[in-house]
Design a protein around this ligand. Structure first.
Ligand code: SF4
Length: 303
């Protein structure tokens, strides 16, 4: 089997844990996806739309929705011209409109100062004898007046600061992994938190990560934008789906243990252990983008 020979990305951890074999085809052999999905492209377009909202201070729903539509069409053109299969007619644009509108309504978004947005990073860890390199891109680092957060996040009233620094990752998919325990274990947040404290960032977008930020955000968040979609029929005890941001922390003491937490997955990937675990998780038929490769290899192995 070929060996994994590049730096680790946060998404490697997600992909490897879904199915190590899929990770092998996609990230070790570099097999391009045979298909993508409209929700994936719509999510990319929504990230661009939010970036533009902050950059140009556009907060009007219709204007933002039109930006999203243009970005979405551009993404579709890009993947179709690359020959990637794309099942069409699978999304409801109204859902994306609602997510955009909900984002724009929140004072803690409109009044946020963007400290960093969509910036590449690099860092190394050496939990034992081997060094592992990590690279990636963070979505947003923002500074928000604490008062604006209190109506939705009353638990922050004792934080004792007029403003808080929040690192957050924007999600357009289904909400998952949001309990306090799951957020504590979230590898993605751990990798980003470590990067902000110990890594270097490409702040000036010249393609070289060279700036130490040495930032310890007050909070980290997974921001599930679907929480902004209004209920058609709200349950008795709820008017909204959720607060949007699901907050956690990575204090300094925890950061120091993160290299050892990441090491087992890094070691498995480097050793070349890629079992077909997607089947047990019901992943093969519906979601796997490299199933035909996996299937034909299996047929040869068992022949
Ligand atoms: S088909 Fe299933 S087992 Fe094979 S790579 Fe895809 S998810 Fe993994």
């Amino acid at each position: 089997m070929e060996r994994f020979d590049r730096e680790f990305h946060q998404s490697d951890f997600d992909k490897f844990k879904l199915c190590p074999r899929m990770f092998y085809y996609r990230e070790v052999l570099g097999i391009d996806p045979e298909r993508t999905s409209e929700p994936a492209l719509a999510g990319t377009a929504l990230h661009s739309t939010i970036d533009r909202a902050h950059r140009d201070q556009i907060w009007e729903e219709e204007a933002l929705f039109q930006i999203w539509q243009k970005e979405f069409e551009a993404e579709i053109t890009r993947v179709l011209s690359a020959g990637v299969e794309l099942p069409r007619g699978t999304i409801d644009a109204g859902i994306y409109r609602a997510m955009i509108a909900g984002y724009a309504r929140k004072p803690w978004n409109r009044e946020a100062t963007i400290v960093l947005s969509e910036r590449e990073f690099f860092f190394e860890i050496r939990p034992a004898s081997k060094t592992y390199e990590f690279a990636g891109r963070i979505d947003q680092l923002i500074e928000v007046p604490t008062d604006l957060l209190l109506p939705d996040f009353p638990e922050l009233r004792d934080i004792g600061k007029p403003s808080v620094i929040i690192h957050r990752d924007l999600k357009t998919g289904q909400k998952k992994g949001i309990s306090a325990f799951e957020l504590m274990l979230n590898d993605q947040i751990s990798i980003y938190a470590y990067a902000l404290k110990y890594g270097v960032f490409d702040v000036d977008c010249d393609g070289v990560s060279e700036t130490y930020l040495d930032i310890l955000p007050d909070l980290h968040a997974l921001y599930f934008l679907q929480d902004h979609i209004p209920y058609k029929r709200p349950p008795k005890d709820k008017t909204v789906r959720g607060p949007g941001m699901y907050l956690t922390q990575r204090p300094l003491g925890r950061l120091q243990s993160i290299p050892r937490e990441l090491m087992p997955t890094c070691t498995s990937i480097r050793r070349g252990e890629y079992p077909r675990e997607g089947a047990a998780r019901g992943f093969c038929e519906k979601y796997c983008s490299v199933r035909s490769h996996c299937e034909s290899d299996l047929l040869q192995e068992v022949a």
